[in-house]
Ligand binder design. Structure first.
Ligand code: CTP
Length: 138
């Protein structure tokens, strides 16, 4: 049983999130996702997510490729989460390439390529500008 662990906010779930999670799940037998708390996002990104922690957790848990999800309360606790969830592989998007190599003594660390042209930040700004439409979208 190979256990895969990944982290993220997963606010306004989009195709970049789903592709990353599917590819992460395909690396092993069980996918566990740490969903960052509202407080963590406020400190990390300077804004509260559109969807609450409980809503984001419920959405991520409902995905068929996700076996378990929990709330990530601290960015500094990645090592503890890896041990607690007995992860064999830590998966991160390649926007974090190299930044989690220090956990290589606890598990394998894999960086997956992000999907081009989509992000929650982009969605929020394009929706508020009124420029986002399905036609020609990602
Ligand atoms: N991700 C991805 N491709 C994208 C956007 C996100 O593969 N286009 C991945 C990230 O690399 C991460 C996971 O999805 O592993 C969750 O990312 P998250 O930060 O929640 O999403 P973003 O859309 O990047 O959010 P934001 O714009 O708020 O930073």
């Amino acid at each position: 049983m190979k256990r895969i662990l990944t982290f993220g906010t997963y606010d306004l779930l989009h195709v970049g999130h789903v592709r990353l999670l599917k590819r992460a799940a395909a690396l092993g037998d069980k996918l566990i996702v740490g969903v960052s708390s509202d407080e963590l996002n406020i400190s990390k990104k300077g804004r509260a997510p559109v969807y609450s922690t409980a809503e984001r957790l419920e959405i991520v848990r409902s995905l068929s490729c996700v076996d378990e999800a929990f709330i990530e309360h601290s960015l500094e606790a990645k090592g503890d989460y890896i041990r607690e969830h007995k992860a064999d592989v830590l998966v991160m998007g390649d926007d974090w390439a190299g930044r989690f190599d220090m956990f290589g003594n606890l598990c394998e660390v894999v960086y997956l390529t992000r999907t081009e042209g989509i992000s929650t930040t982009y969605l929020i700004s394009s929706i508020s500008e009124g420029s986002r439409t399905a036609v020609g979208g990602a």
